[in-house]
Write a protein that binds this ligand. Structure first.
Ligand SMILES: Nc1ncnc2c1ncn2[C@@H]1O[C@H](COP(=O)(O)OP(=O)(O)OP(=O)(O)O)[C@@H](O)[C@H]1O
Ligand SMILES: [Mg+2]
Length: 492
């Protein structure tokens, strides 16, 4: 039995209207990977924020290296050797990658840009992250930013590294590299607390798994003594019968087609069509251009095409695709999906004002009904429909995006990483919604880095590699291996 490096004892934490943690006690051992799992809003992030000095517990204690600690802020925790990659990435957009990695990590070190660049370049190379140290963070996409945050946490020689959904925004392919790194850290004596909604990852790298439900610790198990089914039951309190429900019926008729789509420098000459009732998948690595396809079609990125047809109408590039019946569930929910400072009701209603207003007057009574319906439909965990979106857990924020975008049934919906950060039970709800949309005759473009859901859900899959289409696979041709080969460009 290895030594305890960290002990959480009887920790409770209440936010206005919700008890996020109830008397949680948990040990972290030396040289272990401890996975922390649970549904959206279960309290995972709150627990690690208490450990890392972001939040104060209402009651309970934390012991680190045998001593009681009371970090007054994250800097103190970092200095003591507890390094955290938070779910909401805290990077400075205007600074370079190298500067971001140095900021807050280096004390009493005369900061030289040249030196920082060199050190960080080497670090990124050794991690095989394909990112330039002198690139400004604002020019990176979400996944690349995630990689920068990982590099930043690794830069410090921490005893404990906490990762809050580090793989949510990177592909399995890149996650593999991260796991190699985690194994290396473990061998060096570092303990890792790892939060993820992807159970296959938990089985791949965790030594033990701790389950939170509604703020309570349900149990801690050695990974070898708990199977997937039991783990899910511990998390959601019931059994899930079908992980990838599929009941859509693709028809022959085409609902959407685009020819020779190019989007900035990201996407070149991509052609595909989507049939009525079909769930059309787009797969590819980070940087392959798969999400840019959606952004280009929607008008968020400059795009052109030789022909685009939706429901027999030819469409020209426009910034107002929503009016033409195209909806986008974006990847970056903070930038494009949500107004964090506003409450849940306003966020849902803002894109659906037609339902609740007459002229310029918004009926807040109607808005209340509408928001309550959506909160129920997507089982969004809120203390009230007037809770500010920024205080929702990560997964629940994503559900608000889905609710507001899908309320007005579009003709074509493009979902970019729609289940990112969403717990297992809710993923199944999202898949059901996607099936239902398809059956209602909506064209569905499903863009995802998670191969299991692509394989489980899609009728055909276009695979992107470096901005180009590597081909479209039919359902009977789909396999993880086939997609990875195309996505990495090794297929000949
Ligand atoms: N700053 C805050 N103010 C008010 N409520 C909060 C705040 N932070 C978290 N909460 C609430 O505490 C509960 C636990 O949230 P937490 O973020 O810990 O969940 P989580 O397990 O990390 O979920 P997810 O998987 O969605 O990230 C939720 O009900 C959330 O809305
Ligand atoms: Mg969280």
């Amino acid at each position: 039995m290895s030594e305890k490096i960290l002990e959480v004892r009887n920790v409770s934490k209440t936010f206005p209207g919700v008890q996020a943690l109830k008397d949680v006690s948990l040990d972290v051992h030396e040289k272990e990977v401890l996975a922390l799992v649970g549904e959206n809003g279960a309290g995972k992030s709150t627990l690690i924020k208490i450990i890392s000095g972001v939040h104060k517990a209402d009651s309970g204690e934390i012991y680190y290296l045998g001593k009681k600690v009371n970090f007054k802020d994250p800097t103190e925790a970092i200095a003591s050797g507890i390094s955290t990659i938070h779910q909401e990435l805290n990077l400075f957009e205007e600074l370079t990658v190298a500067e971001n990695i140095f900021v807050g990590n280096v004390k009493g070190f005369s900061f030289s840009k040249k030196k920082a660049f060199k050190v960080v370049s080497e670090l990124l190379d050794s991690l095989k992250f394909n990112i330039r140290a002198d690139e400004k963070v604002k020019n990176l996409n979400t996944s690349e930013k995630q990689l920068v945050s990982i590099a930043k946490a690794l830069f410090l020689n921490a005893r404990i590294i906490i990762m809050d959904e580090p793989t949510a925004t990177i592909t399995e392919y890149e996650a593999e590299r991260l796991f190699e790194i985690v194994k290396g850290l473990k061998a060096k004596g570092v303990s890792v607390i790892f939060i993820s909604h992807r159970l296959e990852e938990i089985y791949q790298i965790a030594d033990r798994v701790a389950v939170l439900r509604d703020g309570e610790l349900i149990g801690v198990k050695h990974i070898t003594e708990v199977d997937r089914e039991e783990l899910i039951r511990m998390m959601v309190g019931r059994k899930i019968e079908e992980m990838y429900p599929k009941f859509n019926r693709p028809e022959k008729e085409t609902i959407f087609a685009v020819e020779n789509l190019s989007v900035g420098t990201f996407v070149k000459n991509v052609t595909f069509d989507v049939r009525k009732g079909e769930i059309f998948g787009i797969a590819g690595l980070v940087g392959s251009g798969k999400s840019e396809i959606a952004l280009g079609i929607f008008g968020h990125l400059p795009a052109n095409w030789s022909k685009m047809v939706l429901n027999n109408n030819e469409l020209q590039p426009s910034k107002n695709m929503l009016e033409h019946g195209i909806a986008l569930v974006p990847e970056d929910r903070k930038k494009m999906g949500l107004v964090l400072e506003l409450d849940v009701t306003k966020n849902i209603v803002l894109q659906n004002t037609n339902e609740v207003s007459r002229g310029l007057h918004i009926s807040w009574k109607k808005a209340k009904v509408l928001a309550s319906e959506e909160v129920k439909k997507y089982s969004i965990k809120v203390t009230s429909i007037y809770q500010k979106v920024k205080t929702l857990s990560g997964g629940n924020q994503q559900k608000v995006v889905l609710a507001k975008v899908l309320r007005k049934t579009p003709r074509l919906v493009m979902l970019v990483e729609p289940t990112r950060g969403i717990d297992v039970a809710t993923k199944v709800e999202v898949y059901n919604i996607v099936n239902r949309l398809a059956n209602e005759g909506v064209g569905v473009i499903f863009i995802s880095s998670e191969l299991p859901e692509i394989l489980g859900l899609c009728d055909r899959v276009l695979v992107m590699h470096r901005g180009r289409s590597m081909g479209i696979l039919d359902r009977h041709e789909l396999s993880e291996e086939r997609i990875i080969k195309l996505a990495t460009g090794v297929d000949d």
